[in-house]
Design a protein around this ligand. Sequence first.
Ligand SMILES: *[C@@H]1O[C@H](CO)[C@@H](O)[C@H](O)[C@H]1NC(C)=O
Ligand SMILES: *[C@@H]1O[C@H](CO)[C@@H](O)[C@H](O)[C@H]1NC(C)=O
Ligand SMILES: *[C@@H]1O[C@H](CO)[C@@H](O)[C@H](O)[C@H]1NC(C)=O
Ligand SMILES: *[C@@H]1O[C@H](CO)[C@@H](O)[C@H](O)[C@H]1NC(C)=O
Ligand SMILES: *[C@@H]1O[C@H](CO)[C@@H](O)[C@H](O)[C@H]1NC(C)=O
Ligand SMILES: *[C@@H]1O[C@H](CO)[C@@H](O)[C@H](O)[C@H]1NC(C)=O
Ligand SMILES: *[C@@H]1O[C@H](CO)[C@@H](O)[C@H](O)[C@H]1NC(C)=O
Ligand SMILES: *[C@@H]1O[C@H](CO)[C@@H](O)[C@H](O)[C@H]1NC(C)=O
Ligand SMILES: *[C@@H]1O[C@H](CO)[C@@H](O)[C@H](O)[C@H]1NC(C)=O
Ligand SMILES: *[C@@H]1O[C@H](CO)[C@@H](O)[C@H](O)[C@H]1NC(C)=O
Length: 826
Amino acid sequence: MLRPLLYLSALITLAGGQYFLVSIHQSAPYVSSMSSGAQQTFKASSEFDISSCPITIYGQTYQHAYVNLTSKNLVVCFNSFYSPGTKDDCIFGPFTDSDSAEFEKYQRIPVLETIVKYSMPTIKTRMDCYFSFSYQHNKGYATLALIKFGPRTVLYVYSPAEGTVVVDVQVEGTSADQVEVTNTPTSRQTRGYLDISGCRHSGAVYKPATQVNSPETCFSLTCDEDVVLKTSSCGPLERCLGNGSCIPAVLYDAIFNPKLDLVCTVTGPALIDFQGHVTSVKDRCTYSLLSIPSVPGLQVLANFQERRRKDVSFLDSVTLRLDRLGVHIHLKQGGRVLVDDSTLTLSSSAQMVHGVELSQDLTGVTAKLSLFNFTVSVFFDGYTVQIHLEGPIGSALHGLCENSNRSLTELKLSESSSTSCEMQYTDTNDSVINCTRMTEHCNFLKGAPFSSCDIDPEPYITACTDTLCSYPDLDALKCQFLEAYARTCRLKHNATLDGWRSKSECLNPEAFCQDRTCSDHEFCGEKTAGGDTRCFCRAIYASKYKDRNALGDPTVCNQNSASLTLVNCLLEDAGVDYTVLHLKDLTCRGHMDKERHVVIFSFNSTNHCGTEVTSNNNQIIYQNTVSNDDGFSNVITRRDQVFIDFSCIYLQEATKAFKIRSSSVIKVITSGVWNYTLTMKAYTDAARTQPVESNTEVWLDQKIWVELKTDGLDGDLISMVTKSCWATNQESDNGSLRYDLIKNGCANPADPTVKVEGNGEGTSNYFSFNMFQFSGRSGNIFLHCRLQLCVKEGNSCIPKCNGARRRRSIRPRNEAPALISMVWTN
Ligand SMILES: *[C@@H]1O[C@H](CO)[C@@H](O)[C@H](O)[C@H]1NC(C)=O
Ligand SMILES: *[C@@H]1O[C@H](CO)[C@@H](O)[C@H](O)[C@H]1NC(C)=O
Ligand SMILES: *[C@@H]1O[C@H](CO)[C@@H](O)[C@H](O)[C@H]1NC(C)=O
Ligand SMILES: *[C@@H]1O[C@H](CO)[C@@H](O)[C@H](O)[C@H]1NC(C)=O
Ligand SMILES: *[C@@H]1O[C@H](CO)[C@@H](O)[C@H](O)[C@H]1NC(C)=O
Ligand SMILES: *[C@@H]1O[C@H](CO)[C@@H](O)[C@H](O)[C@H]1NC(C)=O
Ligand SMILES: *[C@@H]1O[C@H](CO)[C@@H](O)[C@H](O)[C@H]1NC(C)=O
Ligand SMILES: *[C@@H]1O[C@H](CO)[C@@H](O)[C@H](O)[C@H]1NC(C)=O
Ligand SMILES: *[C@@H]1O[C@H](CO)[C@@H](O)[C@H](O)[C@H]1NC(C)=O
Ligand SMILES: *[C@@H]1O[C@H](CO)[C@@H](O)[C@H](O)[C@H]1NC(C)=O
């Protein structure tokens, strides 16, 4: 009980003077009644529960005190034990002489309250309690006490030893205040008081009854007597004018920080430039929408193609050209993104590709690029592109978005300005288009809630009516213009235009045809209004077929194989599902090319697919049919019947002539659409191994074998017949002198040296004869043969020859030997 009493008497005598000595006596009984007060000796470090006397330091109230007692000093912190560099609130007491200290906690002591308030006249509130730490310092007994006066707190320091004691108060790691006690012969002071109440704001502390006003930042702060903090500043959407006045941020930026904030929109053929001028693109070329001279190497291009109508060109895809990197990023219909030639899979979380931030949501794909203080954001949903440009004011800009008044030709990319993209087409008038109704729809932009956005809707209305009066309202096209206007209001003015969707029946913000990939000659559209989608043929592409009433390309007949390519979007236009189509053999079905969206039917010599072979005049016809007729359930049918002829022909007759000058002759014969080669070669032996070369000497009456061989014919079904062969003394096959070797497929009965082998049995045959010369002439001999192809049916192709022979009369003997060589003549 000794120390509290001592301590109290010390407190009471602190201000000196008689009055307080009286108080001692008065308070003594009270003090002794406090013997139940908490008192505890501790060493090193200890945590104390002060929840019965929670004190508030600069606005922060604590329930615990963490005390480190080291040989250096005593540190009291309030969030955790002290460690250097901590951001805690701490009080640094004087050094210690011993390794232990006393902790005490007491309720209100009225006399103490009186004394403290005497020294601290700003404290008006009632004292509640206090706690203290006492320990040996410089051979005296020092005390640190924290006295709670409601929301306010006083730090009391007592040090009777000689010398100076400085107690530092740290708030959030920074020295906030200190109290000094100097006990020297000249300044006999053993006690100090410090008001550690106040407010804190953004890491700084403010004493009670403080007011701070900063007109520069429009920030003002008041910390009142009861340490209640009040601050005011500009709102999140406001900016400070520098004289204490706040104005809306938009207004501030417009005055002090002017910046380009431009939007350009292209939907279908219509373009609304940054200034709000409307232009219509009439061809299917590529145009530069935007380039910025101070951002070199960046260009945004728009590619136009036709869709449902030949006479209306449509924005089809957008390309971001990053010329410095040599990279092209293509934004296509269906949310497809190609980086050069490879497809990129996107998600709603942004992905950086060559410095471009790419992201995708249900409404479309956004590509954003920030360069040299410019931000270019390109949004594309397959129908509409919107370019949002932010950047320094006064910057030069190029492209159709900058000024659509400029001649379109000027901004057409040279590589696209092929005449084919510029060609204009006409189309039949669409009686379904109701221009009056479309105009009414477009005029929604004049009324609420659109009227709450102060962007001129007139360009959007013009683009909307111009487009919808020339192109059918399908594929949610009519909502594109309203959508574009609403987006512009959102981008530039953060306007939400609540309720516009239900009012204009554009309920679905989802981009059309997401994730459907069509090939280049197609676009994705809806089958019926609001219905399912599919790939449609572009109108100009389709017209090339529709003009011929065709569903695909002509049959391609190659050696031994034939194929027919049908265009799937044409089949779908005709209501035909390609999977029900087949050749005469029902198992021969079309194969879908997944990239080109074409269906390919084929047959060849190993798989005939039911092809029928017939001959007709001088043709051999391989005939098959693509149809959907499965041969069953013939009585009725509920689908249109499809029959597409699929034929290849051989021209049956071919006349070949050669001059005997070099050993062999090869001729590629394209008869109709089939292609085969015919070789004619002369030999000096029956096994046909010794060809007559250009230097071979052939003697009169020497036996010569001539082989006629074809390559590329279907030997199972076709054979070759040598109809006739004859010699002339001139190149032309009707030369004045003529000698027959083979007539009507048989050896000339007049010449017994002629023998014909294998004629009509296969795709090759040969004959032999003894060399001769035209009487009295030693010039060249030209040999001509006429061949015919024949459909095999048993032995029907083998010519019937009788054995009758007669002597040859015109072959003279003993004349100078002729050098023989053969060459084609025609
Ligand atoms: C304070 O005491 C704690 C608990 O014993 C200890 O972890 C910490 O290191 C001490 N701090 C200093 C600066 O000695
Ligand atoms: C601050 O300046 C603006 C414009 O100069 C003025 O309109 C406003 O009244 C001023 N505010 C004060 C508080 O002086
Ligand atoms: C961007 O703008 C800042 C100030 O507005 C300017 O200091 C800086 O030079 C600009 N940077 C470029 C690359 O233009
Ligand atoms: C663009 O053309 C329109 C009408 O032809 C004209 O009124 C406007 O002034 C032109 N704008 C520019 C920037 O040349
Ligand atoms: C199509 O419509 C235009 C304008 O409405 C008209 O001038 C033209 O004669 C029409 N053409 C046909 C073939 O009906
Ligand atoms: C076109 O639409 C208007 C307004 O919706 C309607 O009054 C008119 O009858 C329509 N015309 C035709 C030809 O359908
Ligand atoms: C835009 O408006 C929304 C609410 O309508 C708001 O949350 C947002 O902060 C605003 N953004 C800007 C940049 O003003
Ligand atoms: C013939 O077609 C079948 C299938 O249609 C194919 O498997 C085969 O390789 C083809 N044969 C030739 C010789 O082209
Ligand atoms: C016929 O075949 C030859 C050789 O294979 C080829 O050069 C020629 O292009 C073919 N002709 C046709 C029409 O396919
Ligand atoms: C031979 O045929 C050629 C062309 O085929 C013709 O010009 C010529 O008159 C014919 N000569 C004889 C003799 O029939």
